[in-house]
Design a binder for this molecule. Structure first.
Ligand code: AMP
Ligand code: ZN
Length: 113
């Protein structure tokens, strides 16, 4: 498996882990675009949002439950934050393992570029 994020999950590539359980792995983005910028991924390799279906969508719900806990631990749940999924070329996806960005601790602009 030549996937960068699968290698992060396995530990073959180092990362700054912030959370892990049986289903998901979360770590600091290597090129943070906000004071807090983490990535959360399913341990199962799913390449993008295009691959989500009735059979695997539970992991997406689980990811959002974990995000809910993480933002409360970080105490950014009241100041706010942004969850981002980039899909495909026009979406700006650069790693083909589905992931959600969690960004906070500054006021983020809208719309994105
Ligand atoms: P995307 O552009 O949505 O595919 O996001 C990929 C993200 O992964 C980018 O924000 C990168 O900075 C981040 N990234 C790439 N390599 C690593 C790494 N080795 N450790 C942590 N984050 C990474
Ligand atoms: Zn992968």
């Amino acid at each position: 498996n030549d996937c960068l994020f699968c290698k992060i999950i396995s530990g073959d590539i180092p990362s700054s882990k912030i959370f892990e359980n049986e289903f998901v792995y979360a770590f600091k983005d290597i090129d943070p675009q906000a004071p807090f910028h983490a990535i959360i991924i399913p341990k199962e390799h799913i390449s993008s949002m295009n691959e989500i279906n009735e059979g695997n969508s539970e992991i997406i719900a689980h990811i959002f439950v974990v995000i809910n806990k993480l933002v409360k631990e970080l105490n950014i749940h009241e100041t706010g934050y942004r969850i981002i999924n980039n899909c495909g070329k026009d979406g700006g996806q650069t790693v083909n393992h589905i992931h959600f960005h969690i960004m906070g601790q500054r006021e983020l602009k809208w719309p994105p570029g």
